[in-house]
Structure formats: C-alpha cells, structure tokens
Ligand binder design. Structure first.
Ligand code: 0A1
Ligand code: ZN
Length: 877
C-alpha cells in the first residue's frame, strides 16, 4: 500500500475556472516512440472568477515530459514555473497571454489507452474524461471550452490518413518531406472531445442531406481488411441523423462527420466532435461474423455517439459530477431511437431486464452513488450503470410526467438556452420545468439520492361503492454515506383487469381511463379507482414507469392472467418473470437446504399457452421463455448461493423442456427461415424464438434434438444461428461440445471479433476444470493482455462459470485478483472494472464471502492506481 492514499473531490467545492482558453493550437510531430506536442494556448483570466492573482495550474500526467514552456514567446526559465504532482504551475501571469508548451509523449508505451496511443498500426486518442492531460498540459476540465486548430505532421507513406476534429483546412509538406495536415473545429469544445487519428486506413464514403438541404460528407475509416463490414453502421448513422431531425429538431452542424474503428479501446465508443472513435466490436458487422444482438448494439451505439453531438457536445457538462446530464439524456435518446426502429415493447423489456439485473445490483452494493454523485476519487469509475441507465430512467420519468409534447418543448428550450455552454443537471430540469409548467422540485431528488426505492402495494375493494383502493408505501434503503432518505416523486402507471383479463375503465380524480399515471410523492399514499363492479387484478408499474422494486402479493392465478391478457406488453413479460422468480426462489431454498428439488410448476401452463398462440410477437415469446438469469436471481438473493441458483435454474429448465418437448420442437421447426440473413426486427424475432425453443428441446433426451444442434451449427448461413447452436451445445453439455468449439475456432481464427466470442464462451463453461481452461485461454495465441476486448471476453466469461469463478476453494477469486493486480498499473480503467464481481462479497454465502474479502484485502495491500484503489477501498469500508 502507498504511504498516502488518493483523496476525493467534491461537487460542493466546485468553482469556475480561474483562467479560460479561447483558442488552442496543437501541433503533433507523430512518431511511435516519441511524439512531440506543441501547444499554443490563447489564455486569459476568467472575469467570472473575480479579481485574482491565483497562479496558473495546468493538468498533466506522469507520462508527459515537459520540454519547454514560453509565455508570449518568452521562454520561461526554470525558476518561473514548476512541475509538481503532475501539475504545471506558473506563478506570475498577465491577464491575457499566449502560453506555449512543448511536451514529449510515448504513444507505443501507452498501455492505459488514455491520451494518444497506438492500436494495431494506427495512432488514436481517448480523452474522456481526463485523457487529454496525458497529451499535454492543459486546463483539463469540461467547463473550459476552446476553439481547436490541430496540425498533424507524419510520414505519409505510413500514415496517409491523418484526422482531427472539424474540417481539413490545409495540407502540405515539411522540408524533410513529411506531410502536414491542418484541421480546424469552429465549435468551442472541452478537451475531452478532442481527437486525433493517423493510419493507413480504408474509407467508406457517403452523403447525408440535412433537413435544411445541406450535404454532409460521411466517412467511416477502418483497417483495410474490415472495410467490407461498415455498411450497416453507415445506414444506422443515416437513420440516426434523420431521426434526430424528426424527433428532436436537431440537425448536424459541420460539413463532415467521421467515424474510425480501432481494435484497442477501453470503452464502447467516443463522441469526439465530428470524429467519433469506436471500439471495432461496436461498429463492424457482417451476417457471417455478427450476431443479431451485436447488430442491434452497433445501431444503438452509432446512434448514441451521433446524438451526443447535441446532448453532450453543443451543450456539455459543467463538471464531471454532471456526467448524467449528457449520458442519461443520450441513453434515453438512443433507447427511444432503437424502439422506433424495431419493437418498443421488446426494447423496453431488454433495457429493463438489464437495469434490474446490473444497475439494481450496483445500487445495492458498496459503490452505490446518486445519478449525480457528490464526490469521487477517480471519475473513470463513475461511467456506471447508475449514471447511464438510471440516468436515462430519470429522463424517461420526466417524459412521462410532461407528456411527449411538453417534453419536446423542454428539450428545445434546453438546447436553445444552453447552446455552446457547459451546464448542470439542474439546468436541464429547469428547462423542462420552465417549458412545461410542471413542478419538478421534489422530482429532482432522483438525482441526489442513491439506492433503489422499494414500493409496497396493498389493495382493498369496497363493493358497496365500487371503489378499489391502492395503498403505496415507498422506502429507499440506506446506501454508503446516505443513511436516511426522503420520499421521491414516483410516477406509477396502472391499469386494471377483470377476472377474464379484459381491460377495465375506471375513474381516478374525476378522469375516466384504462390507464392512469399515479403520482406517489409521500412515504405512504392511497389512491382510489371508482366505477368498478368487482375487485380487479391490478397491472402495476406498466412499461416500468419508474426504476423501483415493486412489491405486491400476486397469486399465481393473477400472474397467469396478466401473462395471458394484459394489454401492456411489458407487464405480460413482467408477470412471467415474477412467476418464474417465485418458482425459482422455492427451488433455490430447497437446494440450499440440500433437499431434492421438486415443484408443481404453473409456468408449464403459461408457456404452453404462449407456444400455441400464433398471434403473439415471436420476439416477445422468446423473451418470456427466457428464465431469469443467474445474475438477476443473484441480485434478488441475500445471501447469494451461486451453486443453488444454478441448480434451480437447470432443474426448472429441464422440467419445462420435458413437459413441453413437443411444443418446443414444433416451434423450433416453424420459425426456421430460408433465405438470406437480414437484421430486421421480424427476422431477428423468428431467430430468437427458434433458438430459445432449440435450447429447451436440447435439454431433453431427444436424440433428434442433439442432431439438430449439430446440424444447425454446421449449416447456418449466419453467426446468430451458428453461435446459438454452439452455445446450446456448450451449455447443455452436449457430447460434441468440445469438438464444436474446436471446429468453430478453426473456422474463425482469422476474425478477431468472432474469436472473442469463442474466448468468452470457452471461459464460461461449467466444469470442474474451469480454472485450468481459463488459464489455458490466457496463454492461447488468440489472447492479448493489451486488448481490452480480449480481457473482457476471457475474464467476463469466467465470471459466469459458477463452478469456476465461485469454486468453493476460492481459487477462482484468487485468479481474478491476480489479473487485477497485473492490470492495475498497465490499464487502470480495465483493472478497476474487473473488480466488480468481488465487490459483491458482503452478499455472498458465508464460506465464499470470506474468501472474496481476503482477495480484496490482498489487492488493497498493493501499490494501487487511483481507479482500483477507489473501488477496492470502498468495497471493504
Ligand atoms: N462518452 C462515451 C463513453 C466513454 C466513457 C468513458 C471513457 O473513458 C473513461 C471513454 C468513453 C459514451 O458515452 O459513449
Ligand atoms: Zn454517451
């Protein structure tokens, strides 16, 4: 452990910057080993800061070597500046001046993948959140917005493509014959949106004509062997541009929009102004190599990054505590876009399922934080599901409270009022409130209060008056640093069904409707529905109208009724999940007690009806048939018994498979498709139902089913079907599983993104020797510790193997801890993210909990990066 540990910074300490940078001129003399960066910063004291003689303090990184610094072309002697704790401090400055700084960086030794680094044969950058300081000294904070001009000097033979933000304004040669390219971005931006790319890249060109009839040049760059896989992303980009015009009235502002795919990237993608940089796994797509899920992900991420041009770039964040201002809003925008492109209900189910599994777990763990955190040690640790996904739920609730029209008026006002500014979540809510007249004062608590609220609902019916009463009690559990909570403004959308499943019209506060949004604002509140002749079955929290845990004592009969009849498609899924959770919980308890598992499953009846109802969307049927995941059941459990959960899921799946074997076989055959692969909602729906039907059928003893798995693997004309067959073989412990895995690798070893899927599936296998397998994979020629995708595949896959990761001797935890220690300094962001499964130690069954804790303590004893230190120390607190 270090002598002194990193300290936290607090939102309450925010001050406007003492200096501003009106113009930033950068010159990069590019070289793999040593790149020289010259910056010319046109600076002045910030009038908003008030009269001050405060020194100029610029942010840098330990990997930036200062060569020289000059003020208004006067080279400063060493006594007039100092470098301390990665800051460049200049004591005496005029009110306005030109600061010139020369620094040396080493792109090829940059393994953190922040700042300027090498990926394959190219140079690229990643500057969010605080990566720019690894390039040169700067006021690296989002409220310092500057107009950038970037000069790139490089050997054209090796780097024919040289890109930065904005427009290319000049191209020439140096005396030594190197090529010089100058880019100018007219829109002021914070340094986190700066980007530079250089490489020998292929390009796909296109044009988008905006609603005001301007032609925008679109370019996607990749290494030449991948250029045949960008057509889908290009079409998705054009759909996003059109959608943002139609839905939000937002038009693109520059004359060129570029996307570049890079192999080594810590995150999914980055919205740099006019020059988005993508992890190639989130951009490239072809039927043979890409599954349906990934197609949808590519479309969503292309849209997300594009939408940031307004929600993030034109209007940016004042400070990093406001991260959800851009991320929550942009996730909401990309979710709505995907819903509009495909099926709204399917998209909602997928998003909510993810939120309830992963964000709820985060909100219940040691890293729980508000959507607008009050403090942090390392901002990279706060690119979380809470900031992104719960942040999006907050924007969605505002949409519910205002209605579509007023929400649009609010967003128009927000963009108009704050164009070119760096603002706060409060500014966003103020615009929504001002444009709509809806009071959001209490609602704002969602931004500052962590934890998932629990809403308990009870009901009663008064036959004499035909009044149905719902009583709701809300309570948010304590989270680190927040022992007590205030009541939130929770919109609860409710409908009512009669015993036959018909929708009922009822009157609430004088309004007669089939569907009501109730405003739960107190700790306890009662709502009355009038005009009913019998006690209805309530359909609560329709569309998941708020990110809460709903508790209502539904009987199995109620749940079967909702599953078969609710007019809200989302709640049909929700009912099936609740039914499955109830049955699985009973089975898990039997497993923990060491009893033989047995259950009279009601799901059999629900599933039977679904499998025989041809009027349903096959995608919804597939989602309903998917049993709650190991991860979701772990989130619900205290304590977590991983092996018992696994055993219960396997048991129920086999029970359903055997009871409905003929139905699964028939549905499998009915939804098989001939013809070319298309990533359309309709085709994806058929494939998803066919493949889940096969996964059940393969759980039976049927010889035919086993043959069908192998046959689908061999004959599939697309990756979705081939990989589904492979996964089924592996997960059902098919006798040919090993052989199919080997043949898959042989077939695809030249396609790194497919190999990553193979790595993940191989690492996730349930077998006593899982640890040996994963160690072998890390020695495999396909593995590369420098590549975050490969690390995520292998270690993420291993985390899913109950018999491997949660082995009772603790060897799985020790192995993960070893990898965290290995990556701690090389790539702190990746190392920190790998810690997540260990941070859940307090919720684990006692024998495993102590072993996890011991590994966390072992990690804490190391000399840690800020990133890892924050997560580990908070987990042990
Ligand atoms: N802003 C990007 C994702 C991103 C987040 C953090 C990063 O480094 C800490 C890098 C990229 C997005 O939302 O797509
Ligand atoms: Zn984003």
């Amino acid at each position: 452990m270090k002598e002194s540990q990193p300290s936290a910074i607090f939102l309450k300490d925010y001050k406007v910057p003492p200096f501003l940078i009106d113009k930033t001129e950068l010159t990069f003399d590019l070289d793999e080993a040593t790149t020289i960066v010259t910056s010319r910063l046109h600076m002045r004291r910030n009038p908003a800061f008030g009269k001050s003689t405060a020194p100029l303090v610029l942010d840098g990184g330990e990997d930036v070597k200062l060569i020289g610094v000059a003020m208004d072309d006067y080279a400063l002697p060493p006594e007039e500046y100092r470098v301390s704790e990665n800051k460049l401090i200049i004591t005496a400055t005029a009110d306005e001046f030109l600061l010139t700084c020369e620094t040396l960086i080493e792109p090829q030794n940059n393994t953190r993948l922040e700042g300027l680094y090498r990926s394959s044969s190219m140079f690229c950058t990643q500057c969010e959140a605080e990566g720019f300081r690894h390039i040169t000294y700067y006021l690296d904070r989002p409220d310092v917005m500057s107009v950038f001009t970037t000069t790139i000097i490089a050997d054209e033979a090796r780097y024919p493509v040289m890109l930065s933000n904005g427009n290319e304004v000049e191209r020439g040669k140096t005396d030594e014959g190197k090529t010089v390219v100058v880019w100018h971005d007219p829109f002021p931006k914070p340094a986190y949106l700066f980007a530079l790319v250089a490489g020998d890249l292929a390009v796909k060109n296109d044009v988008f004509t905006t609603q005001s009839k301007r032609d925008v040049k679109l370019q996607i760059f990749t290494e030449s062997h991948n250029i045949d896989k960008v057509d889908y992303a290009m079409e998705a980009l054009k759909r996003s541009m059109r959608w943002d015009e139609e839905t939000y009235g937002r038009e693109y502002d520059l004359d060129i929009f570029m996307i570049v795919a890079v192999d080594d990237f810590n995150m999914g993608a980055m919205e740099n102004k006019g020059l988005n940089i993508f992890n190639s796994s989130c951009l490239l797509a072809s039927p043979e190599t890409t599954t349906d899920d990934t197609y949808l992900r590519v479309e969503a991420i292309v849209a997300h990054e594009y939408f940031h041009n307004w929600s993030g770039n034109r209007v940016t964040c004042r400070d990093w505590f406001q991260l959800s201002l851009k991320e929550g809003f942009t996730v909401f925008r990309d979710q709505t876009f995907s819903a509009d492109m495909h099926s709204e209900t399917v998209k909602r189910v997928e998003d909510v399922s993810f939120l309830k599994t992963a964000q709820f777990a985060e909100d219940a763990g040691p890293m729980a934080h508000p959507v607008r955190p009050a403090s942090f040690i390392e901002i990279s640790n706060f690119y979380t599901l809470t900031v992104y996904e719960k942040g999006s739920e907050i924007v969605r609730m505002i949409h519910t409270l205002l209605g579509a029209e007023k929400f649009r008026a609010g967003s128009d006002l927000y963009f108009d009022r704050h164009d070119g500014q760096a603002v706060t979540c409060d500014d966003f809510v103020a615009a929504m409130q001002d444009a709509s007249g809806v009071d959001l004062t209490q609602f704002k608590r969602w931004y500052s209060q962590a934890g998932t609220p629990i809403v308990k609902v009870t009901d009663s019916f008064d036959a004499a008056t035909g009044t149905y009463r719902l009583t709701m009690v809300q309570d948010t559990p304590a989270t680190p640093g927040q022992p007590t909570k205030l009541p939130l403004h929770i919109p609860v959308r409710v409908g009512l069904l009669d015993e036959q499943g018909s929708v009922l019209t009822a009157e609430v506060n004088g309004v007669s409707a089939e569907d009501h949004v109730l405003h739960l604002t107190s700790s306890e509140q009662e709502f009355e529905f009038h005009g009913l002749s019998a006690k209805p079955v309530p359909s609560l929290l329709r569309g998941f109208s708020a990110p809460v845990k709903l508790r209502y004592d539904y009987s199995s009969t109620d749940l079967l009724l909702l599953l078969s009849s609710d007019s809200d498609g989302f709640n049909r899924w929700s009912a099936s999940q609740q039914l499955a959770v109830n049955e699985l919980t009973a089975l898990i308890n039997q497993a923990i007690e060491g009893q033989e598992l047995s259950i009279d499953s009601q799901l059999v009846h629900g599933f039977k009806a679904l499998l025989n109802d041809e009027s349903l969307d096959p995608a919804m049927v597939a989602l309903i048939l998917a049993l709650p995941s190991q991860a979701y059941l772990s989130e619900l459990a205290t304590p977590i018994y991983p092996a018992a959960i696994k055993q219960a899921r396997q048991y129920l799946k086999a029970l359903l498979a055997n009871a409905l074997s003929a139905d699964f076989e028939r549905v499998y055959r009915e939804h098989k498709m001939d013809g070319d692969y298309q990533p359309t909602a309709e085709d994806i729906a058929h494939r998803s139902l066919k493949n889940i039907a096969l996964s059940y059928w393969a759980e039976t003893e049927s010889e035919l089913a086993q043959q069908e798995v192998v046959s689908q693997f061999k004959t599939a004309n697309n990756m979705t079907d081939q990989f589904a067959a492979l996964s089924i073989a592996v997960n059902s412990q098919h006798e040919k599983a090993e052989a199919l895995l080997a043949s898959f690798y042989e077939q695809w070893k030249a396609e790194p993104l497919v190999v990553n899927k193979w790595l993940m599936l191989s690492a996730s296998q349930e077998q006593e020797t899982a640890l040996t397998t994963v160690k072998g994979l890390m020695e495999h020629p396909a593995f590369d510790l420098k590549n975050p995708n490969k690390v995520r595949s292998v270690l993420g896959g291993f985390g899913q193997s109950v018999s491997g990761f949660h082995h009772e001797n603790g060897s799985g935890y020790a192995f993960l801890a070893d990898q965290i220690i290995l990556l701690n300094k090389r790539n702190p962001q990746i190392a920190s993210r790998l810690c997540t499964p260990l941070t859940r130690w307090k919720k684990m069954q006692p024998e495993l909990s102590v072993k996890m804790k011991a590994e966390l303590e072992r990690i804490l004893a190391e000399d840690l990066s800020k990133d890892v230190y924050e997560v580990i120390s908070k987990s042990l607190a």
